[in-house]
Write a protein that binds this ligand. Structure first.
Ligand code: ATP
Ligand code: MG
Length: 312
């Protein structure tokens, strides 16, 4: 199961995703992906920066060559773009595929896109680094009890492609403020029509009035909430931290989140349809021009997404 953490800058995406990945290891293997411009997830999980794995954003060509395998519809890495879907002959990946560099921390495999660097200005945009994540998710066959958790960049970057449709569930972190809920509305409106499942996590909630505020503005999309947590503050201050230090209410919230994710139906046919849909959009918007090819022809109508194909 795949889940994204999105929301306003500073709302707590990295914090809550770091808690969630630790918690999810109780049920199954977990891959955490730091896909934010400012790479903080490793830090919050306690990874020494020197131990960070090589960033996915720096190995796009290798990733494309690996994933296209011997799919005859994809000529070479240069004609593979972030939305190019798998087809017959493509290499599908399972959780823990050693091709994708990761480091292990507290039972979690951490992968990183890499930061947005000075050198990137003008020549690349952060979207191309996110493209590595989109390609990975497009080729990933994950089963129940396996978790991929992506800490996303603030704002609507994931709408620049089909990335926001590559998840079984999206956790939108919202503080009980007008700005917090306006990001929710923006996300919900963008996602409308794509059948994207969103659950709102209230964060830094101080009072029952805060909960009322969230309920009033996000309605039934409010799944659970976290108060201001001294344990989280301590973690941020570099004090040793274990999940058991968390307040009982936060434990309860994490359990609610994991149950919600586990209860989400996996819809491979929809996943495949949307992969094709966004690839066609992308091809027409810029990718055909950029590659000088008709990339719509990369879509393999005979390919079926899902576990059956991974097994074969
Ligand atoms: N429930 C909480 N209790 C106490 N502090 C919190 C809580 N949630 C988040 N914080 C603190 O708020 C700050 C912002 O959180 P965090 O970095 O997780 O936000 P973010 O959404 O990932 O931000 P960015 O958009 O910059 O990536 C951090 O200092 C974090 O420790
Ligand atoms: Mg963050």
């Amino acid at each position: 199961m795949r889940v994204a953490f999105v929301g306003k800058g500073g709302s707590g995406k990295t914090t809550l995703s770091s808690l969630f990945v630790r918690y999810a290891t109780r049920r199954g293997p977990v891959v955490a992906i730091d896909a934010d411009i400012n790479q903080h997830l490793g830090l919050v999980l306690g990874v020494d920066p020197a131990e960070h794995p090589p960033p996915l954003g720096g190995m796009l060509t290798e990733i494309k060559d690996y994933l296209r395998g011997d799919n005859p519809l994809i000529r070479d890495a240069a004609s593979m773009v972030k939305t190019t879907p798998p087809g017959r002959g493509s290499r599908l990946v399972r959780l823990g595929d050693p091709f994708f560099p990761s480091c292990s921390v507290e039972g979690v495999s951490l992968m990183v896109t890499g930061p947005f660097e000075e050198d990137d200005l003008g020549v690349a945009c952060y979207h191309s680094k996110l493209g590595a994540v989109e390609l990975y998710l497009n080729h990933l066959v994950d089963g129940p009890g396996e978790y991929v958790v992506v800490d996303m960049t603030a704002g609507a970057d994931s709408f620049a492609s089909g990335l926001f449709t590559r998840f079984d569930l999206t956790f939108l972190v919202a503080e009980p403020t007008r700005q917090g809920v306006s990001v929710y509305r923006q996300y919900r409106d963008h996602a409308a029509g794509f059948d994207v499942a969103i659950a709102v996590l209230g964060n830094k909630v101080h009072s029952p009035e805060d909960v009322d505020f969230l309920r009033e503005h996000v309605g039934d999309d409010l799944l659970t909430w976290f108060g201001h947590s001294p344990a989280i503050r301590g973690m941020e201050q570099g004090r040793p931290f274990a999940l058991d230090d968390l307040e009982p209410a936060a434990h309860h919230a994490l359990a609610t989140m994991l149950d919600r994710l586990d209860g989400q139906p996996k819809d491979w046919p929809k996943f495949g349809r949307q992969a094709a849909e966004f690839h066609i959009r992308n091809a027409h918007a810029w990718a055909n021009r950029a590659t000088g090819e008709d990339l719509v022809a990369q879509i393999d109508p005979g390919f079926v997404y899902g576990p059956a194909v991974a097994a074969s």
